[in-house]
Design a protein around this ligand. Structure first.
Ligand code: ZN
Length: 367
């Protein structure tokens, strides 16, 4: 989802020392938000965006306005690895000097799948329940958009670092991607949230090979923290600025509703693809959407397995919760999920009660 009201190429001063830049994105027009911290002699950039000639012109205008001396060797941070966030960071680093950082957990997951052959990838989607023809189509192009990472360094983002005249602290919030981070401006009540929350829809929350074992659990935990701390302003990477606490509550209820729907389908053991077909209409979607739908379904089912609400079956036999999916034997047919002894998913929202459940069924964010 991209903001319909985003004028690509605009540079807006949000307050002294903080600009918001509309970066055009040909894959997701009109574009995404980048945030620029301007100090006397230092420049900080969050999520510089997708690399394109139009985006390079926008950044050339930003650098011209800042002044080249201040712009040299900027600190460039990315909230996550989806290509609309970091792909131009390598170009910026080469043009201005220095390097840019990508969360270590992002690196780990990328390298994990990066070692897989095409046959491995097709086999993976087969294990989720796709037939061989569909599995080949869905595996093709997986990770293809993740480019321009050559200059990135795997870094620990949880430290406080200078960005322009501000100090920002990173906070690991996996779920949308394995290494997704939020950056908090110390003492200002401003959170730069990437794709943690969006104003009207939910970000995709996927189980990813090589990523955290319980991405939905981590994501819901981050939402509860966001709701409890209720920062004054959150700046997302897409779309309008949402209110922190109500948005977090809406998303908590959305995922609780989705989990109940999925568990309701497990009256007989089902593959991930069968559950995703029932919930998302898998067969009507593009290959990229099918990957996201399968990842989101798997995130919910694995959340349920770890809390006893579902069981993971391989060849009809339950598998231990602690087994990584990628390491389970692949010659016993696809994974299936069945009902567990753990009852209902009331714990998803930690006791929250949705006063308007009809409001909790947004479509999923595409990236
Ligand atoms: Zn994203």
């Amino acid at each position: 989802m991209a903001a319909k009201d985003l004028p690509a190429g605009t540079i807006v001063a949000l307050r002294p020392g903080l600009w918001r830049v509309g970066v055009p994105d040909p894959l997701q027009p009109p574009g995404t938000w980048a945030y620029v911290f301007v100090g006397d002699r230092h420049l900080g950039i969050i999520d510089p965006g997708f690399d394109s000639p139009a985006a390079r012109r926008v950044w050339a205008a930003v650098i011209a306005r800042v002044g080249r001396r201040t712009a040299m060797a900027p600190t460039v941070l990315v909230t996550h690895v989806h290509p609309e966030r970091p792909s131009i960071a390598g170009w910026l680093a080469r043009r201005l000097g220095g390097t840019w950082g990508l969360a270590a957990a992002e690196w780990h997951a990328l390298r994990h799948v990066g070692t897989w052959t095409e046959a491995d990838r097709v086999a993976w989607f087969g294990r989720l329940g796709l037939d061989p023809t569909t599995a080949r189509a869905v595996a093709a192009g997986w990770m293809a958009g993740v480019t321009g990472l050559e200059a990135a360094c795997p870094v620990a983002l949880g430290t406080v670092r200078r960005m322009g005249a501000d100090r920002l602290k990173g906070w690991w919030t996996p779920g949308h991607t394995p290494g997704h981070h939020v950056f908090v401006a110390v003492g200002r009540g401003e959170w730069f949230t990437g794709d943690l929350v969006l104003a009207t829809v939910t970000p995709n929350v996927s189980w990813v090979p090589g990523g955290p074992a319980d991405p939905l659990g981590a994501y819901l935990s981050a939402l509860r923290t966001l709701r409890r701390l209720a920062p004054r302003t959150i700046y997302p990477a897409h779309g309008p600025v949402p209110d922190a606490a109500p948005t977090a509550l809406r998303l908590l209820h959305h995922h609780a509703t989705r989990l109940r729907t999925m568990l309701g389908l497990l009256t007989v053991p089902r593959t991930v693809a069968e559950v995703a077909e029932a919930v998302f209409g898998l067969g009507r979607r593009s290959a990229a959407d099918q990957r996201r739908a399968l990842g989101e379904t798997l995130a919910h089912l694995e959340y349920a397995v770890r809390r006893g609400m579902a069981v993971r079956l391989l060849g009809g036999e339950p598998t231990p919760v602690t087994c990584r999916l990628e390491t389970l034997p692949g010659d016993r047919g696809p994974l299936r999920y069945g009902r567990g002894p753990g009852g209902t998913p009331d714990g998803v929202a930690d006791g929250d009660r949705n006063p308007r459940p009809e409001a909790a069924a947004p479509a999923d964010h595409g990236r």
